[in-house]
Design a protein around this ligand. Structure first.
Ligand SMILES: CC/C=C\C/C=C\CCCC/C=C/C(=O)SCCNC(=O)CCNC(=O)[C@H](O)C(C)(C)COP(=O)(O)OP(=O)(O)OC[C@H]1O[C@@H](n2cnc3c(N)ncnc32)[C@H](O)[C@@H]1OP(=O)(O)O
Length: 304
């Protein structure tokens, strides 16, 4: 995935400062008082995502921090891909736990405003960023654990599904699923394939057609998440799961992961441009734009 030049161009246009141009990122960890041994922890943070790597365990904690709902805007997706790339290329990092700093929300999915009333170039750029995020996360060599501490519709659910293991807070008010059908849009084939690989064909077919958002206990029953824990235990549990996965030799686990995921990844890589064209054609239709506008209005009305 030679994404660096594309990312660089996108960052330049989006105004988001690339990590490499910021003050040295690894220097941003809190300074130790003189005399104490240096904590084996490195941190970097950009606008929407904060990452801390514990060098002694090889585990990075990645926290989404983009209020109000961690929606996956072009800027967010760019930062996410850059953060994943940095960790992937860091020999000290073997695993990443993904969670959110926003109470009750893991991620609200793709930013609907990025898909409304924009031009064809923007839709193309946005969709390429969505693809890139997924290719990096689903294809990661690192162990990836999602600590889902809030609602996680559509693109948020895709992030969790793309990890190796999903632990969700046991609050029945939190829901997760690919609800695209409820918005009058269609989950693309690689969202669907990722879902099928986790829950199986029948459950995926029913859930996708109905655009279901499953409350946490139901998500557990369907196998959409691997376990539920009280919210205050979520990160502790994620670290314990991570330690179990990291106890195995990396090469054996990585080759196995790649064998399990390769066909789905290769499918998108082989059809990337076609997928972008399909997205642009689909999202540019007036009927689809109308559905999205109505959905946004419904969200706003729900508040008042
Ligand atoms: C043939 C096929 C070929 C190609 C592909 C074609 C199609 C493309 C497929 C695209 C796949 C799409 C994937 C997606 O992810 S779509 C997004 C789906 N997301 C949702 O449905 C979530 C909607 N949001 C909610 O349900 C709630 O907001 C949520 C997350 C439960 C939080 O609830 P709450 O705490 O009560 O907060 P509010 O609802 O008040 O929201 C606060 C604020 O945020 C705005 N907002 C919420 N979600 C989004 C979003 N996803 N994008 C943009 N903005 C969002 C909301 O409107 C409020 O804004 P306000 O200005 O009123 O404060």
């Amino acid at each position: 995935m030679a994404a660096a030049p594309i990312l660089a161009r996108r960052i330049a246009r989006s105004g988001v400062l690339p990590l490499c141009c910021r003050p040295p990122s690894w220097d941003r960890a809190p300074r130790q008082p003189p005399g104490l041994p240096l904590a084996p922890c490195r941190a970097f943070s950009n606008n929407k995502i904060q990452v801390e790597l514990d060098e002694s365990s090889g585990v990075a904690m990645m926290k989404f921090k983009s209020p109000p709902v961690n929606s996956l805007s072009l800027d967010f997706l760019t930062e996410f891909s850059i953060s994943l790339e940095k960790l992937e290329n860091d020999r000290a990092c073997r695993g990443v736990i993904i969670t959110s700093t926003i109470p009750k929300i893991f991620s609200s999915g793709l930013d609907i405003m990025e898909m409304c009333g924009k031009n064809v170039e923007h839709y193309g750029e946005f969709w390429r960023a969505v693809q890139e995020m997924w290719l990096r996360l689903y294809g990661s060599n690192m162990v990836t654990v999602a600590a889902v501490n809030g609602s996680s519709p559509a693109g948020g659910c895709l992030i969790a599904l793309s990890c190796d293991y999903r632990i969700m807070a046991e609050n029945p008010k939190f829901s997760i699923g690919l609800n695209e059908a409820q918005l009058g849009i269609v989950a693309p084939f690689w969202f669907k394939d990722t879902f099928v690989n986790v829950v199986g064909h029948r459950i995926a077919e029913r859930s996708l057609q109905l655009g279901s958002l499953h409350p946490a206990p139901e998500a557990l029953k369907l196998g959409l998440v691997d376990e539920l824990v009280p919210e205050e235990k979520l990160l502790e549990k994620a670290s314990a799961v991570m330690a179990r996965w990291l106890a195995l030799p990396d090469h054996a686990r990585q080759l196995t992961k790649s064998m399990m995921r390769k066909a789905v990844l290769d499918h998108l890589v082989a059809h990337r441009e076609e997928d972008i064209k399909n997205f642009i054609n689909f999202i540019s239709k007036e009927s689809i734009q109308k559905s999205l506008r109505m959905y946004m209005e419904m969200l706003k009305k729900k508040k008042s």
